[in-house]
Design a protein around this ligand. Structure first.
Ligand SMILES: Cc1ncc(COP(=O)(O)O)c(C=O)c1O
Length: 369
């Protein structure tokens, strides 16, 4: 992933610095409003990363030690780590092969009476079945946190992936479609939840530092609960506002390039490229290809691509295979293990040319025969 950053972002950051307001302030407030509107949510709360956003989402749901939270192992490790931040236990569920996402069935298979919530990931931008999982978790009486780190610009059931989410966390890390350097957002529809999240990201204060500084009269703040400093800066938000304006164009371009990859790869035996699920559209944040009886092994494919100047990456990681989770013994996760071992992510970014794609597919074709 190469971030699409240019002169406009540099100007916006410079303006924030010249304004003298560099910590969380008016630009963060604007970015929150515009981002929430773009993803179909009632309120946005900007935070320092998606990881800290996931942490706050679990605090909001009052998840505590002794509680279990179902997560996919097939995700960046931050998804599972957030559960440990609140002292709860992550329980790994398997995913479906086509989307790499949790389903009602895979969650149900590991659910116990201690399960208090699920964190479902829109993996690599591919939306999970929001209607099905929201309905199931409501029926079970447990929370659903949507890890939308990769999902800006993805859709489900004809609306942005965040529409209707009770709480979703987004990432603006440079590996995502739009970036603020580091940064994240939590979106909710409920106004009271937004107020609590704003307090949680800012030391538990009942009045934000920005409002306190802007007030004409002295304002004495109170600290209502033990909380965190997970704020975004106005410099980041200034960049984010410019980036948000580029989102639709970036998604359209990626979808065109992905469609071209799919066409070029169609007649190569043993390669299954990621596709839109029936209920939505991916932003193709990650264009992964599953090896399914391909003649060459995954790691050899990566080595050959690298030798020909192509920086493809291994597929999505599986947290339960990492040393940090060596103390966890999950139930069987056959699909997760298959995807993580037998998939690779092909280059897809705004500078990728048709010639680049032809070259990449040419190398893959040579490894198929
Ligand atoms: C699914 C998922 N969740 C969470 C994160 C963490 O995001 P951040 O780097 O903004 O903390 C990532 C980042 O790659 C991710 O892919």
């Amino acid at each position: 992933m190469i971030p699409d950053l240019g002169e406009e972002e540099a100007q916006a950051a410079a303006e924030a610095i010249r304004s003298g307001w560099v910590a969380q302030g008016p630009r963060v407030a604007r970015f929150e409003q515009e981002f929430a509107a773009a993803v179909g949510a009632g309120h946005g709360v900007a935070v320092s990363s998606c990881t800290t956003g996931l942490h706050l989402a679990l605090v909001l749901l009052d998840i505590r030690p002794g509680d279990e939270v179902v997560v996919p192992s097939l995700s960046f490790i931050a998804t599972a780590n957030a559960v440990r931040y609140v002292g709860a236990t992550p329980v790994f569920a398997d995913v479906e092969l086509a989307t790499g996402n949790l389903t009602v069935e895979t969650v149900d298979a590991v659910r116990t009476e201690r399960t208090r919530a699920v964190i479902a990931v829109h993996q690599g931008g591919v939306p999970f079945d929001t209607a099905a999982l929201r309905k199931a978790t409501d029926g079970w009486g447990i929370g659903l946190v949507e890890d939308a780190a990769c999902a800006a610009g993805s859709t489900a059931y004809g609306a942005p992936a965040g529409t209707g989410a009770r709480v979703a966390a987004w990432s603006f890390h440079p590996r995502k479609l739009i970036t603020t350097g580091e940064g994240g957002m939590v979106t909710v529809d409920d106004a009271e939840a937004a107020v609590r999240l704003k307090r949680l990201r800012e030391h538990g204060m009942n009045v934000s530092a920005a409002d306190r500084h802007a007030a004409k009269q002295p304002v004495l703040e109170a600290y209502l609960e033990t909380a965190f400093n997970y704020r975004m800066t106005d410099i980041q938000a200034a960049v984010g506002l410019v980036q948000l304006g580029k989102l639709a164009g970036l998604v359209a371009q990626r979808r065109q390039l992905a469609a071209r990859y799919q066409e070029l790869l169609a007649d190569i035996d043993g390669l299954v490229p990621v596709r839109d699920p029936a209920y939505g559209q991916t932003n193709y944040q990650s264009f992964w290809v599953l090896l399914d009886g391909f003649r060459t092994g995954r790691d050899e494919v990566l080595t050959e691509l690298a030798a020909k100047g192509v920086s493809a990456r291994r597929g999505i990681m599986a947290a339960h295979l990492e040393p940090a989770y060596a103390d966890v013994t999950p139930g069987p996760l056959p699909v997760t293990e298959r995807i993580t071992r037998e998939s690779l992510i092909l280059p897809l970014h705004h500078k990728l040319t048709h010639e680049d794609q032809d070259h990449i597919v040419g190398v893959l074709r040579s490894l198929a025969n």
